[in-house]
Design a protein around this ligand. Structure first.
Ligand code: TRP
Length: 471
């Protein structure tokens, strides 16, 4: 055994764990990514498929990840390895995914942080220029890099100290603040003239838009937003106390995450249509539409905008901390590094990747890997392939390589907790999810433009399989 179970740190309270797991789930994926992916995939038909993925697949996988983490008391790689050496590669794929997501996520976190300050310094004074201001900012060389690095340093400080009370305290205030602000933006947005077109876009499905690519996008987004498919929730589950109720906790995390995503859609689309903007604006969407709404709010606009982006930054931080923690806990558990060294090393590598991603929005935009820039390379590889395959591997592992009795004991706290749906959950994990993901992945990869990138991703997974015994 790599780690002495008795020594492992636990979450202080159930509330603390729920905040951390919800903090990991609720992030840029909900507020930055969900609206623009919905926009790029045609609106409400996409949302319906996404909700199906969340309920039918996401929730079951989250329960499975918590159970594997708590059972083994180990992070991603160790959890698999301790059960079956041949499965080390599945954990390794998770750690690799953590590095890749952290190759672009902090860039967007940096944008968000920058917008806290920009909101205070006249961004809203020129509403007509908000869109071009974003393009100019994200495409610049030095300025976004500085913000990304500041954002990264905040992550490092927190994770290097272990999971301290600081961010938990901040999230307890700022997550509800984010919630309240979303409500204000929604009310303001829905009442704009012309907003009803946006509501129709969100709630009237147009099935003609749906392709294999749409379904893969919905599946990928459901993994991304719930922090699944790469051992993040295994790692968080490994710090979970034996008395906690896994099914109830997973359900709350999924419910809160879904609510925030839908709220973000409601905050953005009505206003977007009211202002005559395009839903396909891509990654800049939230940085353009939301300030535009605040710009129409008069004197309080800047203050609300500052708070909104501060809350978004905190939501992003609690997520990126969890991603960094996946890499750090691997190095601690498996490589016996101390926490500080592990944090500096992982974050250093991630920062280099972020610099490439940030520059690929401007000066390095000409450099393409498999037809896409650095930012998209990290984003598409994880979101469209690694997370889904990671989720599939997890369910195969849990369904076919772990003992049903052990799982039952873990999930029902040795029979003390009634969980009538155990049999349903088990069969979904064992039979349904692996098949569904395989079908969606094959149809989706066939429908997608970046085929060479997908093949490269699959090759990486195979190579991990070959070399994983060294990890
Ligand atoms: N779920 C987070 C968000 O929506 C991002 C995130 C954190 C994540 N940990 C993860 C995504 C693990 C995939 C896997 O912003």
């Amino acid at each position: 055994m790599q780690t002495n179970k008795a020594q492992r740190e636990n979450w202080g309270t159930r509330f603390g764990f729920l905040m951390a797991a919800t903090g990991s789930a609720v992030g840029l994926g909900n507020i930055w990514r969900f609206p623009y992916i919905t926009g790029e995939n045609g609106g409400s038909a996409f949302i319906i498929i996404y909700l199906l993925c969340i309920i039918a697949i996401g929730l079951s996988i989250m329960i499975a990840e918590f159970a594997v983490g708590r059972r083994t008391s180990l992070s991603a790689v160790g959890a698999y390895k301790s059960q079956n050496e041949n499965w080390t590669f599945a954990g390794a794929l998770g750690v690799l995914s953590a590095f890749f997501i952290m190759g672009f996520y902090p860039v967007v976190g940096g944008w968000s942080l920058a917008y806290v300050f920009k909101s205070a310094t006249g961004l809203l004074a020129a509403p007509e220029a908000i869109s071009s201001a974003f393009d100019a900012f994200a495409g610049a060389t030095i300025e976004p890099l500085i913000w990304t690095i500041i954002y990264m340093v905040i992550n490092v400080i927190i994770v290097a100290k272990g999971i301290s009370g600081g961010i938990e305290k901040a999230s307890k205030v700022l997550m509800p603040a984010l919630f309240a602000l979303l409500v204000i933006v929604i009310i303001k947005g829905i009442n704009l003239p012309g907003a009803s077109e946006g509501l129709a876009y969100l709630f009237k499905p147009d099935w003609s838009q749906v392709t294999g690519g749409t379904v893969l996008a919905a599946l990928g987004q459901s993994f991304f937003t719930l922090s699944l498919g790469m051992g993040c929730m295994i790692t968080y589950g490994s710090y979970l106390g034996k008395q906690e109720r896994i099914p109830a906790d997973a359900t709350s995390v999924v419910a809160m995450d879904t609510m925030v995503a839908i709220m973000a859609g409601l905050a953005i689309f009505p206003a977007l249509f009211a202002f005559g903007m395009e839903p396909t604006a891509g990654p800049g969407l939230v940085f353009v539409v939301v300030p535009a709404i605040f710009a129409h709010m008069g004197n309080v606009g800047p203050l609300i905008s500052i708070t909104f982006f501060a809350a978004l930054t905190v939501a992003a931080l609690t997520s990126s901390m969890s991603l960094l923690e996946v890499a750090v806990s691997y190095l601690i558990d498996e490589k016996k590094m101390n926490r500080k060294t592990a944090t500096y090393l992982s974050a250093g590598i991630m920062t280099v990747m972020c610099i490439l991603s940030s520059l690929s929005m401007g000066s390095l935009s000409g450099i393409k890997l498999f037809g896409v820039n650095f930012f998209d390379f990290f984003d598409i590889l994880t979101d469209k392939i690694f997370l889904a395959i990671g989720g599939m591997l997890l369910t195969i592992f849990v369904g076919w390589f772990m003992r049903k009795e052990d799982l039952k004991n873990e999930i029902t706290n040795n029979g003390t907790l009634p969980f009538g749906l155990f049999g349903v959950w088990y069969n979904i994990v064992k039979y349904v999810i692996p098949v569904v993901i395989a079908v969606v992945a094959i149809a989706g990869i066939a429908a997608i433009e970046q085929k060479s990138l997908m093949l490269f991703g699959l090759l990486v997974i195979v190579l991990l399989g070959v070399f994983s015994r060294k990890l």
